[in-house]
Design a binder for this molecule. Structure first.
Ligand SMILES: Cc1ncc(COP(=O)(O)O)c(C=O)c1O
Length: 357
């Protein structure tokens, strides 16, 4: 049976990427070694490392005044690394649009005067606050926001106009649509949704923000440490970086981020249109703020939701259970989810609706 994996993360990877890794698993590029066992100081690994960085630069059109870092600890470690590196005046503003945005803000208060200046908690994070109406404080080092909210299924379609660098957590929508890197001071993202297996975390940081870390900042969390060593200060997560390189190659061959954005808009459009026309399923998110990557939906009955998740899994549509903070279902339709997967989900939803009227 064909299985479509709608997991929010770790998530499905492109078939071609997995096949390529499988083919080369025991003997990468004639080296007689697997990427899982080769020295990170070897020439053969170095080529992978350099290609991954170069391809990410190309795909995201990253300007020369930005550094690309491959670090570890997941996006969660960036919740601390960001304030530890970027607080100079000691003040930052946070917009809280979900669970992870809240976690980031909670870590930051340990290191300075970091405040939540806007939140969508009043409506269980079903919308993005109007960024033009947010009052930011003077003299802040940065504004932190979560570009796509994985659990609640919202995304920013517009950035605040603010006289400070914007720091964005793009863990669940990096490379899913075109972003102008120039609009950000720093972008970070765990790899395990749109890029690779868990392990590597991407940090894209403007060079003038790179060397301001607090004296207490651990060496391993200092962006300068990683920048000076081209992300080879210590042993990097080589296999995850290798898989990232394969995904970047796949995306480039497909036509790049512009092309995948069109496909993502099409896929999400199919699913939202079906849900909006359905008598059984609803999506709780403010239409203008809907995510292209994570689509939560409910039936209005816990019992029916549970039945849906169980029967969908039996039909090969797996990991559709919603996060416990939202309940119901959630379909994560990242870059690697083919259009056919979304179509199969919609067909199943139609059938379920008819059977459960
Ligand atoms: C938007 C967002 N930020 C941060 C995280 C935490 O990432 P990690 O598990 O890599 O620490 C996640 C995980 O799902 C996420 O979706």
């Amino acid at each position: 049976m064909k299985v479509y994996n709608f997991s929010a993360g770790p998530s499905m990877l492109p078939e071609e990427v997995k096949l390529s890794a499988q083919r080369d698993f025991l003997n990468y590029n004639g080296s007689g070694m697997s990427v899982t066992e080769m020295s990170h100081r070897s020439k053969v690994y170095d080529e992978i490392h350099q290609e991954a960085i170069a391809l990410l630069r190309e795909l995201m059109n990253i300007p020369d005044n930005y550094e690309v870092l491959f670090v570890q600890g997941g996006a969660s470690t960036q919740f601390e690394a960001v304030p530890l590196n970027l607080l100079v005046k000691g003040k930052a503003d946070y917009i809280v649009t979900g669970n992870f945005a809240g976690k980031a803000a909670k870590e930051a208060v340990k290191y300075g005067d970091c405040q939540v200046v806007a939140s969508s908690k009043d409506k269980n994070f079903t919308y993005i606050p109007d960024v033009d109406k947010i009052t930011f404080r003077d003299d802040i080092d940065y504004v932190h926001l979560t570009q796509n909210n994985t659990i609640f299924g919202t995304r920013y379609t517009k950035l605040p106009k603010v006289n400070a660098p914007i720091v964005a957590d793009m863990s669940s929508n990096i490379l899913s649509e075109v972003f102008d890197v120039n609009n950000y001071g720093l972008i970070y993202a765990g790899a395990q949704k749109n890029i690779a297996p868990a392990g590597v975390t991407i940090v894209i940081v403007r060079k003038d923000l790179l060397d301001n870390a607090m004296p207490i900042c651990p060496t391993m969390l200092k962006y300068k440490t990683q920048a000076d060593a081209n992300s080879l200060y210590n042993t990097p997560p080589c296999f995850s970086i290798y898989m990232a390189m394969l995904t970047f190659r796949w995306l480039k061959a497909l036509g790049g981020v512009k092309e995948i954005q069109k496909i993502n808009e099409y896929k999400a459009g199919l699913l939202y249109d079906f849900i909006d026309g359905s008598d059984l399923f609803t999506n709780p998110v403010n239409k203008a703020d809907r995510s292209l990557m994570n689509v939560p939906f409910v039936t209005g009955s816990d019992e029916l939701n549970a039945k849906f998740v169980k029967e969908a899994a039996a039909a090969g549509l797996v990991s559709l259970k919603g996060h416990k903070l939202v309940g119901g279902m959630r379909a994560s339709i990242y870059n690697a989810m083919p259009v056919e997967g979304v179509q199969a989900l919609i067909e199943f939803m139609k059938k379920f609706e008819l059977e459960n009227k």
